[in-house]
Ligand binder design. Structure first.
Ligand code: KG4
Ligand code: ZN
Length: 331
């Protein structure tokens, strides 16, 4: 089966071709224009998707070395995400499906992030736990099998990626903030500044990062860089507060569920300090790290999951709409 995947939920315009579980092409057009504004501007994102989609689709088909006529179905993200951005991808996908006379399946972006763990590897056994940490979400999921997921807990306010992005802005670093903070943190001492770690000792799976961000804001009000405490030390300490909370809840989830395989997903899953901390603190567990290129938004995860859905007999009626908001499940 050959499936074309389309992803436009935020600021990545991405198109991919998957054939029989193998990714033949994975084209991601990152919209660098948003770095001028220090964050994603929804209207700009929609216009950029519109500008890029056609060319990137041609590129994905060419680099997969297939002809457009052999595509069996289209998978497209319909949420959660920015409404306008989702609409451009969904409208484009519907038009293409009608033009080619093929079926379409709508894909939940968060489910795709989780299932990205299965890409390029067949050694993952169900059930497994997945910490999904992106710019918009921070959730811990129990994956019993494909299509059978339980949300164990999530953030009460900001997502971990959002904490990185807002923290970077306070520190005067660029966007997206995660990689910027990570860069500074490698030269800093993570024990120098004591930032709060909300819920870290609670017996519930929940996160909160808005207090941490406020605490950084107050700290920076009176901050003067010295040899004893540099901006790198602050970045390292801030990053460490986020990571400690994430890892503590991963540990708690393994205890509460007795599930010993754990994975991560989403943009923050790229962070090497997070990966090191998981390795260190969950060394007795079976840990799965997705390939770096499948952590941030991409369409490989959409085409791959789309193929699985088609194989399960799922398809979506053409009149489906977008679902910008997460509603407690991955439908
Ligand atoms: O999954 P993703 O590409 O888009 C969403 O679905 O939100 O995640 C983007 C988020 C941004 O908040 C970005 O700062 C964060 O992932 N991120 C990182 C790193 N790379 C990207 N956070 C921490 N460390 C990184 N290396
Ligand atoms: Zn994402």
């Amino acid at each position: 089966m050959i499936i074309l995947g389309i992803e436009t939920s935020c600021d990545e315009t991405a198109v991919s071709v998957c054939m029989d579980g193998k990714i033949l092409s994975n084209i991601v057009g990152s919209q660098l224009i948003h770095s001028n504004f220090g964050g994603v501007v929804p209207e700009v994102a929609s216009r950029e998707h519109e500008r890029l989609l056609n060319d990137l689709t041609v590129k994905a088909i060419d680099s997969a070395k297939i002809s457009i006529n052999v595509i069996d179905g289209i998978a497209v993200t319909n949420g959660p995400g920015l409404a306008g951005a989702l609409l451009t991808g969904v409208s484009f996908a519907k038009g293409l499906a009608i033009g080619l006379g093929i079926e379409i399946v709508s894909i939940n972006h968060l489910e795709a992030h989780i299932i990205a763990n299965l890409l390029d590897r067949d050694d993952i056994n169900y059930p497994f736990l997945c910490l999904l940490v992106s710019g918009g979400h921070t959730q811990l999921w129990l994956i019993k099998k494909m299509d059978d997921y339980t949300l164990l807990g999530e953030t009460r306010d900001d997502a971990a990626g959002e904490a990185f992005d807002k923290g970077a802005r306070i520190l005067g670093l660029g966007y997206p903030g995660g990689p910027e903070i990570e860069k500074c943190a490698q030269f800093g001492d993570s024990n120098l500044v004591k930032f709060p770690r909300a819920f870290i000792n609670s017996r519930t799976i929940e996160f909160s990062f808005s207090g941490l961000k406020t605490s950084l804001l107050y700290y920076m009000d009176s901050f003067q860089e010295t040899n004893e405490c540099t901006l790198n030390d602050v970045a390292a300490s801030y990053q460490s507060a986020i990571i400690d909370c994430l890892v503590a809840k991963m540990k708690l989830a393994t205890k509460l569920t007795s599930v010993n395989t754990i994975s991560i997903a989403g943009g923050v899953a790229k962070n090497k300090f997070l990966r090191q901390s998981i390795d260190k603190n969950l060394s007795d567990k079976n840990i799965i790290f997705p390939d770096l290129k499948y952590c941030t938004d991409n369409a490989a995860m959409i085409s791959y999951l789309g193929e699985k859905k088609f194989q399960m007999g799922k398809k979506t009626n053409l009149d489906f709409s977008i679902k910008p908001n997460f509603k407690n499940n991955l439908d």
